[in-house]
Write a protein that binds this ligand. Sequence first.
Ligand code: BG6
Length: 507
Amino acid sequence: MSSSNPLRDPRDRRLPRIAGPSGLVIFGVTGDLSRKKLMPAIYDLANRGLLPPGFSLVGFARRDWENEDFAQVVHDAVKEHARTPFREEVWQQLAEGFRFVPGVFDDDEAFVQLRATIEELDKARGTGGNFAFYLSVPPKFFPTVVQQLKKHGLSQGQGDSWRRAVIEKPFGHDLKSAQELNQVVHEVFRPGDVFRIDHYLGKETVQNILALRFANTMFEPIWNRSYVDHVQITMAEDIGIGGRAGYYDGIGAARDVIQNHLLQLLALTAMEEPASFDASSLVTEKLKALRAVKLPKDLGKHTVRAQYAGGWQGGEEVHGYLEEEGIDPHSKTDTYAAIKLEIDNRRWAGVPFYLRTGKRLGRRVTEIAVVFQRAPHSPFDATDTQELGQNALVIRVQPDEGVTIRFGSKVPGTSMEIRDVTMDFQYGESFTESSPEAYERLLLDVLLGEANLFPRHEEVEQSWRILDPIEEFWDKHGKPEQYTSGTWGPKAADEMLARDGRSWRRP
Ligand code: BG6
């Protein structure tokens, strides 16, 4: 990165990690993900000086577009969604590397053109034959796309150059389909060349879980069954399903985000210290934690799924799930899911991990709350401590990024009354640089070939092993309860915790 880059603090002496000569091909480039996340992230990376000067972007889709039309679409997406300011000179240099290949996935002609485009870019922009193929398409198209890449000699680099596949979730809809999908991809790409995106791992606050736990001394000694009462992992969204009926119906909240994001958060919270921070050490420890996850015996009592009914949100009246456009009015798809899990190992035996997620809840918040046991003995009068809750350490993943510690403190005055107070770390106050978007980090890592932040297939399999019995149970047992939009979910979820003598946090 040049020292004249205005986004870079001149006092920062760390060497930035800059991708070498390379390009990216996006299949499904007209989709939402591409416009809202990928295109802006590419621009933001270029703006931060982290892409090579000849970086090239190839869009592949069924559109009758010229390169200029594609560039215009990227331009609009960047203007609307990029994180960093628009700079004409950065844009101009980046846009020179844009190409568009029109076509459908089973069209050989289109792949011949794709190959010619890549060769042309190697000559004109010095991309060195290094290309990542981003499959931002429904999994049913994976077999065709990867086979076409193989057939047209695109899946293997020549000499030292590399080819990588980037795949978006859903990684199947159960264990069996995930294994099939994996086989399809690995027939063509080597395991080390496949990057599965779980964008939660790209979030700064999620990476910070390991920093918090393993770069400090004060947390780890109490991070276990001797001190922790339970852990709550919440991913609440205020939005409904928007225009995603086609994807969401039949999938539901648990498959959409528990299988990946929430179980990854659980793994990072529960895992042992890795031998080092490289990808295989991390996977080893995450996998051990996931393998130790045990389902409760009575799934009827310890899992809940529900659907949003109409209500009010942000001052607007909103539809119920069954009234959303494109949704089967008899759908049993969950838009809320809560499950209790245990981790059967020495550190966590007997400590429940409660996971919950839902659409159209009170507000958008993702957090991990480690709730500690009460002090074993209290020398204070019961009346003085009646306002005292349990100590907690809360990792605020979003939107108000930071960490909170909750503990009891004496209320000023003549009595010994003790009440909960909080101590806060806020990213915005402690650091001058703003956090990059998850996709910036992940796309850069793909180009650098760094796999730390990408789940391996074994982790995906373990996650389905955990979820499959729950989904089967739900399938067989009745219909989801309804909850009013804008509230904190169904009554059954509160009852689920109340039976254990606990309650959900109201973030
Ligand atoms: C996606 C899910 O993986 O994550 C969406 O498919 C969800 O349903 C989204 O809305 C939430 O992402 P974020 O980064 O806004 O928490």
